[in-house]
Design a protein around this ligand. Sequence first.
Ligand code: ATP
Length: 264
Amino acid sequence: PDGLAKGKPLKTSVHWQDIGGLDAVIEELKEAIVWPLLCHDEFVRLGIKPPRGVLLYGPPGTGKTMLARAAATEVSANFISVAIPDLVKGEVGESEKALAAIFENAARCPSIVFLDEIEAIFGSREQSGEVGKKLITQLFLEMDNIPEDANVVILAATNAPHLMDSSILRSGRLDKMIHIPRPDYSSRLDILTRATQHLSIENASGLLPRLAETEMSGAEIKSLVRCACYSAIQRGTKVLCEQDFDVALATASTIDQFHQRAVA
Ligand code: ATP
């Protein structure tokens, strides 16, 4: 079925410079993924074995998907995104077939296969029994069978590394792990600055540092900026001011309280 997992090759348009506060991570990813894909022959000639896969782990909304997309843009590779929970929900037989087709597609040209919420495949061992077990076997088979010289790199993401089975971290599978933390003050300011660079904001140099004091993830910062833009549109102006961000912060905290009530 269509919803099984997207798995279709895409060209991405996210760039490293869109990502705030993760400079050290970007450098690590360049070394682990970009160089081996761009200088493939050099690596083969020198006999250097780059990681086949990298696990990005950290809290939600911190830029893991964005990093994977930017890496694909950087190397002009196809970006093949696979939502593992969707695969796990599929039927026995169908899900493994879908996974095999994804890897077959990936091998045709330089590709980054992005396995999102990879922990779901292990969480599923007891819950969805057969599908989970077969998918794990299939995934390992696919990873282990990628030819040494293929231009395919796997990036996986998880918010719950503790649910992962160490068998996936074996050499030739996800051989490298990179932690993506919640942004600290200077990272929040960096994300805010990049997210607002095309906007006109009254007294931005005073306002942005004040906003960055609020603890937020990258996703929350982007949604704050979006809300502030709506508020400015409602006021009938193109220049955002402090009031728009106050409205946005109030809206965000109302949504948060609503969410907490819903969860409770
Ligand atoms: P999840 O674990 O919930 O899937 P994630 O870590 O993959 O989240 P993304 O999907 O990459 O997070 O981020 C969601 C949105 O938040 C992005 O589309 C982007 O707009 C924004 N965002 C998150 N982190 C950053 C960042 N460091 N710099 C710029 N934007 C960011």
